[in-house]
Design a protein around this ligand. Structure first.
Ligand code: NAD
Ligand code: IPM
Ligand code: MN
Length: 350
């Protein structure tokens, strides 16, 4: 029986994860769930954001359903004790280098985006974000300049193997979709990005059926607002992918709509599934969070880690039907609570 590690985390993490788990349980699959604290909750439980038992469970499980981490009370702690260290630790320890972030406009949500309906119509993008390298994982620290000024530094870098494996994910994804891959970098300034661009170009030789373009990240940010629906697959580094995926979420109506899969291989591997949003301390505990991103993450879990494609499609269709029927949380301009939105999806699942 497949084991799902459930790591709800902090803030709205537990609220949205509860709804995702309800949906998974309603499918009638033989699944086993085991829950563990992570992030601020992990720190409170055991003095460490990623308790060893939580990491062991994540490693043992067939897939991880992750909520969100982040708690303002712990922002002043040394970095290794902050909630974010748990998420970065899980990604590194599980080797989850490929982060798939689909941004799709569900029918009926055209008016939920601050962009004009005709601009976001037909939006169907996948952002393939590298997840275990870049400036996130380079050496970082504080030092003193020659003038005695405090200086902070973070080393940015990719080696060619890291770029090659994420480029392959981008090309494979594009090949299965509309055949267009846009690689986003800052090669006009950064040497890290020039290597990225060179290696992506080399990998392209194995994918003559995919149309590859390169774009600087500043232009990509602008084009995501100007003509988002023209993108098919975007492949980019850890930092640029973090920023662009939050931006793309608003093309789809709300950050509460975007799921993600973090994978250690292109197919057939364990993975971690989570909304792209954070713990949203500003609305935590109020029942106002949109659970769709978490629910859609559970669909990605079924598809990518358990091979349950039909059940994944059932969940996605249920979310689509609930939205067409008018179900909306506050971020989408409605008044449903998190639990009521979960109810609406469950009704369509039956
Ligand atoms: P955030 O994504 O938590 O929230 C940004 C804004 O979007 C807030 O106004 C929030 O209310 C809203 N929002 C987010 N998710 C929503 C949902 N499901 N429904 C409705 N509204 C939603 O980002 P932030 O405020 O910059 O960060 C808060 C904390 O979360 C920080 O500690 C940060 O480090 C952490 N964080 C964690 C993750 C993660 O666990 N993957 C991702 C991003 C941020
Ligand atoms: C995300 C988050 C994380 C990231 C933080 C919380 C470490 O913003 O998953 O998008 O930057 O990757
Ligand atoms: Mn982010």
């Amino acid at each position: 029986m497949p084991l799902i590690a459930v790591l709800p985390g902090d803030g709205i993490g537990p609220e949205v994860t509860t709804q995702a788990r309800r949906v998974l349980e309603a499918l009638g699959l033989d699944l086993q769930f085991e829950e563990a604290p992570v992030g601020g909750a992990g720190y409170l439980a055991s003095g460490r954001p990623l308790p060893p038992e939580t990491l062991a469970l994540a490693k043992r499980a067939d897939a991880v359903l992750f909520g969100a981490i982040g708690d303002p009370r712990f922002e002043g702690l040394e970095r290794r004790l902050r909630p974010e260290a748990a998420l970065l630790g899980l990604r590194r320890e599980l080797g989850l280098f490929a982060n798939i972030r689909p941004a799709t406009l569900f029918p009926g949500l055209e008016d939920a985006s601050p962009l004009k309906p005709e601009v976001v119509a037909g939006l169907d993008i996948v952002i393939v974000r590298e997840l275990t390298g870049d400036v996130y994982f380079g050496e970082k620290g504080r030092r003193s300049t020659h003038e005695g000024l405090r200086q902070g530094y973070d080393w940015m870098g990719y080696d060619e193997a890291e770029v090659e494996r994420i480029a392959i994910v981008g090309f494979e994804m594009a090949r299965r979709r509309r055949g267009k891959l846009c690689s986003v970098d800052k090669a006009n300034v950064l040497e890290t990005s020039q290597l990225w661009r060179d290696v992506v170009g080399e990998v392209a030789a194995q994918y003559p059926d995919v149309e590859l373009t390169h774009m600087y990240v500043d232009n990509a940010a602008m084009q995501l607002v100007r003509r988002p629906a023209d993108f098919d697959v975007i492949v980019t580094g850890n930092l640029f992918g973090d920023v662009l995926s939050d931006q793309a979420s608003m093309c789809a109506g709300s950050i509460g709509m975007l799921p993600s899969a973090s994978l250690s291989a292109w197919s057939g591997a364990n993975g971690m599934y989570e909304p792209i949003h954070g713990s949203a301390p500003d609305i935590a505990g109020q029942g106002r969070a949109n659970p769709c991103a978490a629910i859609l993450s559970s669909a990605m879990l079924l598809r990518h880690s358990l091979g349950e494609d039909a059940c994944a499609a059932r969940i996605e269709n249920a979310v689509a039907k609930a939205l067409v029927a008018g179900a909306r949380t506050a971020d989408l301009g409605g008044s449903l609570t998190t639990g009521q939105m979960g109810d609406a999806v469950l009704r369509e699942l039956k």
